[in-house]
Design a protein around this ligand. Structure first.
Ligand code: GLY
Ligand code: MN
Ligand code: MN
Length: 442
């Protein structure tokens, strides 16, 4: 078996055994999930495997209705759903080195699992739906057990880091293709299609829906459409798009200006420089809330230097001016989910630390630890509703509205890297991936 994968499974065994002992369970069943049916329809939503199942079985991301049984001191047992179904391709018993870490049994019908799962002792079940074979005394989604597992999931194993590096290398290929398509005038739709081809992904393989915004659409944080027609004038491309490697997500944003000499291009360079300097502070022991606040100070400086706001950094922060231009959080944990679990959790028992009241969308309030993978994604947007509010408030007087008006048609900027925290710094998975693809410094 791949040594990294063997170590990964050993680490998971240690974590899960400890969590089960601390919460008084003898056994845990993890469900792979089910593809939900559409209302009044016989088609289903795309299947998305449950992350805790994928963490153990990253080679089985397309296997609904399957179960993993974990018991301390025993080999994990996979019950793989292999239905008798001539409408669909059904799974075959898996092969490959990794299977040596598991006992594997195939079953056709969930009812047949009931006799196999008797006498497990105190049993926990992690699944969205209670399966037909569950005994009445099994506890579904126990909060204390899940809090322990979520908390530890922030620290990636060597195998998980390899997958996250792979996802970044793959997404970087898509971003390079997207940039080229933008510069030849492609529509949002064509850019998205080019991205899929370059990453060899289907839409359902993506860890989240691609955000491909041209011009004003770059101001919509999670812009969800793709115009088929290219606009008459191309000004901006903001593309926030990831990729998956064995279920692990990349989450990368780049912003491009059609006119590389424009004031908007200078703002992109300014934000890129500010993001890179902030990255110098990313290391174990640093409080992510402090990093977020540090980024607001850097943004205030950039707004001042570019002439957009005539107020000191302190005055801008006191009046919340930067939040009108940068309304989301600096970043979040990344892994099996693009917004990975446990971002506000301060300990294994589930104590939460909410972000400061003025920064409610910050998803990560933990101190960084070696092995965390986080995004660092500052933004600078021209969002009409937020700017209207700013204009009417006390901070409005400091803003150069004429300049804002000139920049509105460009939408906004986000620059998002994925970084793995180390004891004395970090590894930038995203910029390393671009460098390896020949785009040094991108
Ligand atoms: N792609 C969503 C985010 O950056 O958080
Ligand atoms: Mn993100
Ligand atoms: Mn993103």
């Amino acid at each position: 078996m791949h040594q990294l994968f063997a170590n990964h499974i050993d680490i998971l065994k240690g974590r899960f055994d400890r969590a089960l002992a601390e919460t008084g369970f003898d056994a845990l069943l993890l469900g792979s999930g089910t593809a939900p049916r559409r209302f009044l329809d016989d088609t289903r939503y795309p299947f998305r495997a449950h992350p805790s199942f994928v963490q153990w079985l990253p080679h089985l991301t397309e296997h609904p209705d399957s179960w993993l049984l974990l018991r301390p001191g025993q080999a994990p047992t996979l019950y793989l759903h292999c239905p008798d179904d001539f409408w669909h391709q059904t799974p075959e018993a898996p092969s490959g080195d990794w299977t040596h870490a598991f006992e594997i049994e195939c079953f056709a019908d969930a009812g047949s699992l009931k006799p196999l799962l008797q006498g497990l002792g105190r049993t926990a079940l992690i699944a969205a739906e209670r399966p037909v074979f569950a005994a009445d005394d099994w506890t579904q989604n126990p909060a204390d057990l899940m809090a322990r597992l979520d908390f530890e999931r922030a620290v990636k194993t060597g195998w998980e880091l390899e997958c996250l590096r792979g996802a970044n290398r793959c997404a970087a290929r898509g971003h390079i293709a997207a940039e080229q398509l933008f510069h030849v005038g492609a529509s949002e739709y064509r850019i998205h299609q080019g991205y899929l081809v370059a990453t060899d992904h289907n839409e359902r393989d993506l860890p989240y829906d691609n955000i491909v915004g041209l011009n004003e659409h770059a101001a919509v944080l999670h812009y969800q459409f793709q115009d088929r027609l290219a606009p008459a004038e191309m000004r901006t491309l903001l593309i926030d798009a990831g990729a998956a490697d064995h279920g692990y997500a990349a989450d990368i944003t780049r912003t491009h200006a059609a006119d590389r000499e424009s004031a908007f291009a200078a703002l992109i360079a300014g934000l890129d420089g500010a993001q890179k300097s902030l990255l110098q502070s990313v290391r174990a022991g640093v409080d992510f809330v402090e990093l977020h606040l540090q980024m607001h100070a850097a943004l205030a400086q950039l707004l001042r230097d570019s002439g957009l706001v005539q107020a000191s950094v302190e005055a801008q922060l006191a009046q919340g001016i930067t939040s009108a231009f940068f309304p989301h959080g600096l970043g979040h944990l990344l892994g099996l989910q693009v917004h990975d679990v446990g971002g506000w959790q301060q300990d294994a028992s589930g104590t939460l630390r909410e972000p400061p009241a003025e920064h409610p969308y910050l998803r990560l309030t933990r101190k960084l630890e070696p092995g965390f993978v986080v995004t660092v994604e500052p933004g600078l947007y021209f969002i009409p509703s937020l700017l209207d509010r700013l204009r009417q408030g006390p901070g409005g007087e400091a803003v150069s509205w004429k300049q804002v008006e000139l920049l509105m048609p460009y939408g906004g900027i986000r620059i998002e890297d994925n970084v793995a925290v180390t004891a004395d710094g970090h590894e930038n998975l995203t910029r390393d991936a671009f460098a390896a693809a020949g785009r040094e410094g991108f």
